[in-house]
Design a protein around this ligand. Structure first.
Ligand SMILES: *Cc1c(COP(=O)(O)O)cnc(C)c1O
Length: 378
């Protein structure tokens, strides 16, 4: 068995001991006490997104993608038309979901290191007035870029269309409300910034928008509307076997988020970690992919330090030091990624930077003052 390590990845991520111990209990999925926990979670999510009685939430078995697919497949009606903003792998995944479900869709394509443009979206929607829904990713985890979801949502609302936000990697780690995003549906999952363990996704929705979705779903198990009506009618009951242990961990994670000081405090911690990480990495010699103004506090892409960078070796050496990082995902540059989300604190970042400096020296990634010219140019 590998030694224990800290996950610096975009989920699953490092959770607290108390979140993991909350799972140490077997509960019946039919039990009223358990269903009450589900209801508490649903209400907390609504409150987190600034919603009142006009807002509701649904939990859905599976990873984040299951929640995205459930939402797209349930909320876009048979005669609907979807516009998908795409500047990374998760935007592309929404397009692929629409294609598989045979939902007519238009791609609003941007470069992977370029934020989506509200002006461009405005023009596209004017040219395509039969559009009913627009979907966008908040933090494109592919690069770590932040999309201007508030301005995008403003444009979507102006055209009287419905806005779906994949806030998978940002919800709980960056302040947002349904109102600030002008969104009808916001999607995330248990194992990202709320710092729970994997097992379900969730959708916070305007009640009125979800109420009109009966019978739309192209899938039985991913019918968000049916899942919602079951949870409403039976006070927190899921339709099929629910991930009871994950739910217990998530309830504990929500408690701990509140204890930390809520989303604002968590956002500050992630931002502090991210800024310290970049400053330290630049000192060592690495270069971040994105301009600071585009960078999220969630995950950071770094250029490979040298041509033919041996990422596998770098990864393995860091793992020996107790840190697991992530490979790159953007298509046009050679990069790797380091996540900031999870139960990770400033001292962990300092230890990480020390480890990276040590590994960089071992791998002779940068010229040093004692041995200049170590590195082959180019
Ligand atoms: C993590 C993530 C998802 C969902 O991925 P899963 O592997 O299905 O959990 C979707 N969108 C974004 C932006 C993500 O970061």
């Amino acid at each position: 068995m590998d030694p224990e390590y800290i996950l610096l990845t975009p989920g699953p991520l490092s959770t607290s001991d108390t979140v993991r111990s909350a799972m140490n209990r077997d509960l019946s999925t039919w039990d009223a006490d358990y269903n009450h926990i589900v209801q508490t979670i649903r209400q907390r999510l609504v409150t987190m997104l600034g919603g009142g009685n006009d807002t509701t939430s649904v939990l859905m078995q599976g990873s984040g993608t299951f929640g995205v697919e459930a939402t797209i497949g349930t909320v876009v009606p048979p005669a609907g038309r979807l516009v998908v903003i795409n500047n990374g792998a998760y935007g592309a995944r929404i397009l692929e979901i629409a294609r598989r479900l045979e939902i007519p869709s238009i791609e609003a394509r941007f470069g992977e290191t370029e934020p989506a443009s509200a002006e461009h979206l405005d023009r596209l929607l004017t040219e395509n007035p039969d559009t009913t829904h627009v979907a966008a990713v908040h933090c494109e985890t592919t690069s770590g870029i932040l999309n201007p979801v508030e301005s995008l949502g403003y444009v979507v609302a102006k055209h009287k269309m419905s806005f779906i936000v994949d806030a998978m990697s940002s919800l709980g780690g960056m302040p947002m409300t349904l109102d600030s995003l002008s969104a009808d549906f916001v999607i995330s999952s248990a194992n990202k910034c709320i710092q729970g363990v994997p097992g379900f996704s969730f959708v916070v929705a305007r009640r009125q928008a979800l109420e009109s979705c009966s019978g739309n779903s192209r899938s039985l198990s991913l019918d968000l509307y049916d899942q919602w009506t079951e949870m409403e009618a039976h006070h927190g009951k899921w339709r099929f076997t629910s991930p009871t242990h994950t739910v217990l961990a998530f309830a504990q994670a929500l408690e701990e988020l509140e204890t930390e000081g809520g989303v604002t405090a968590r956002a500050e911690r992630y931002t502090t970690n991210q800024q310290r990480l970049v400053a330290g990495m630049v000192e060592i010699g690495f270069r971040p992919l994105l301009a600071t103004s585009l960078q999220s506090p969630i995950i950071t892409s770094f250029h490979d330090p040298v041509a033919n960078f041996d990422f596998a070796r770098f990864y393995g050496l860091l793992k020996q030091h107790g840190f697991v990082i992530y490979p790159g995902k953007v298509t046009h540059a050679d990069t790797f990624r380091i996540g900031n989300i999870g139960d990770v604190h400033p001292p962990d970042i300092e230890r990480l930077l020390n480890a990276i400096a040590e590994v960089a020296e071992l791998m002779s990634l940068f010229p040093t003052s004692t041995s200049p010219g170590d590195r082959t140019p180019g």
